[in-house]
Design a protein around this ligand. Structure first.
Ligand code: PHE
Length: 436
């Protein structure tokens, strides 16, 4: 039962753009291109797509089935499916995970606000990597600047969430996601024209199967998890706002498709330029805030502006989905108004975010805890709930949209097997590989 008082996404386009917006984020820009190059180019892309289809998408479907069938927040949804059991506490894991990701992710969102302002005001002239690195560390050496930018980023996130599911989240995603694709294509076009760009294309695409190790597979799986925003309740919460006629298979496949296309485009925007300028490929903050600024400052004034607007949009549509998980819980379970809930989470995330902005140890601890522990645990719980707690007939009804979706009817037996067996076993296996 979807309670109409909570609000709904008004169209299928809004649902897909919001879900793709959550998926497309910093993970696509600062992790994926580097991983591809590191772990065997096209060979890694193949493994990654396999992980996406066999493990990540089934988890997406599981979350979506829980959300859509209950029309409730993460905690309430689990309570409806397994009433009176301890399972609902698992809902708290996802809500806490979402909150923690929101806090440290917003710090990076804040940095992009800072760099966008620098790019707009002509402060973007770096002649060497050392110079760019010095600016980055100088920005972070004072607490004031990162925290001010964090306030701006979290504030923007809160304003959009507070405006409502369709009028805020849906509308923002519908406008900015197409724009994001146009902007990244512009940078790809510019980057591929640089002399020496081919080396970057080779770095991304040349298949090297000898680099496919257990570590590469674990990396592909971890990336597939993070990039589809799984295990923290964002897919569950957004799906709880789907109208009855929305199709879960369709939503999942399109989100994963746009997410993968964007990750590849980000690679083709970044790596050809990195190689053309004779720099070394890297990952994480140093790529976006140290390597790329050097390149951009030599590619004309518009390129860094377009790039940092892209990062900002990509990060915002993700942080919005994290905030919404916590807000939905406060609204549904604690009876707060959307506005009051948003303000409450804003204040708390600002506190933890400020700690992350000041201390890189707190930042790394939050990152490690969510990526390696909480997201995996959440995903495991969602798969068990759908695969082992919900009656199979109910799962089929939800997935096939009351039997109306032909494609979903045809794929259901495979999806059911993956959710019930493959996903839990693989998560446990990966947990062991990571721990020992
Ligand atoms: N998927 C986002 C990215 O790739 C990150 C994210 C994680 C968003 C968890 C929401 C929830 O950057």
């Amino acid at each position: 039962m979807t309670s109409s008082g909570r609000g709904n996404f008004g169209s299928r386009f809004a649902v897909v753009m919001a879900l793709a917006g959550s998926a497309i984020g910093l993970g696509n820009i600062w992790r994926f291109p580097y991983m591809v190059g590191q772990y065997g180019g096209a060979a890694f892309i193949l493994i990654y797509i396999l992980c996406l289809v066999v493990i990540a998408l089934p988890i997406f479907f599981a979350e979506s089935i829980i959300g859509k069938s209950t029309g409730s927040d993460t905690f309430g949804a689990i309570e409806q499916i397994a009433p009176g059991t301890g399972w609902k506490n698992a809902g708290y894991i996802a809500i806490v995970a979402s909150f923690v990701v929101l806090s440290f992710y917003s710090v990076v969102g804040g940095w992009s606000v800072d760099y966008l302002l620098r790019a707009c005001t002509g402060g973007f002239r770096f002649s060497s990597g050392e110079e760019a690195a010095a600016v980055f560390s100088q920005m972070n050496s004072s607490a004031v600047e990162p925290i001010l930018c964090l306030i701006v980023f979290l504030g923007l996130t809160a304003v959009i969430v507070s405006a409502g599911v369709d009028k805020g989240i849906g509308r923002f995603a519908k406008i900015t996601m197409p724009l994001l694709f146009v902007m990244i294509l512009l940078i790809v076009a510019k980057s591929l024209q640089l002399p020496g760009a081919q080396a970057g294309v080779d770095y991304m695409l040349k298949p090297d199967f000898s680099k496919i190790s257990g570590k590469a597979i674990a990396a592909a799986l971890g990336q597939a998890f993070f990039t589809l925003s799984l295990g923290v309740g964002t897919v569950l919460t957004y799906s709880s706002y789907m109208r009855k006629e929305e199709n879960i298979l369709y939503a999942g496949v399109w989100s994963a498709f746009f997410d993968t296309v964007f990750a590849l485009l980000a690679g083709f925007a970044i790596m050809p330029a990195v190689f053309a300028f004779g720099l070394a490929p890297s990952a994480g903050p140093s790529l976006v805030f140290e390597t790329l600024p050097v390149i951009f400052s030599q590619m004309g004034a518009a390129v860094p502006i377009i790039f940092f607007i892209s990062i900002l949009i990509a990060a915002l549509t993700s942080s919005i989905s994290m905030l919404e998980v916590v807000v939905a819980w406060l609204v549904d379970q604690k009876g707060l108004s959307r506005r009051a809930a948003t303000i409450a989470v804003f204040v708390c995330a600002l506190a933890l975010g400020s700690a992350c902005a000041i201390s890189s140890r707190v930042f790394s601890a939050c990152d490690f805890l969510t990526s390696n522990v909480l997201m995996m645990t959440g995903a495991f719980v969602f798969a068990i709930i759908v695969g082992w707690k919900m009656p199979k007939a109910d799962v089929r009804t939800q997935f096939t949209n009351y039997g109306t979706s032909k494609a979903a009817r045809a794929t259901f037996p495979v999806v059911w097997f993956l959710i019930r067996w493959v996903v839990p076993v693989m998560i446990v296996a990966i947990a062991f590989t990571n721990l020992f």
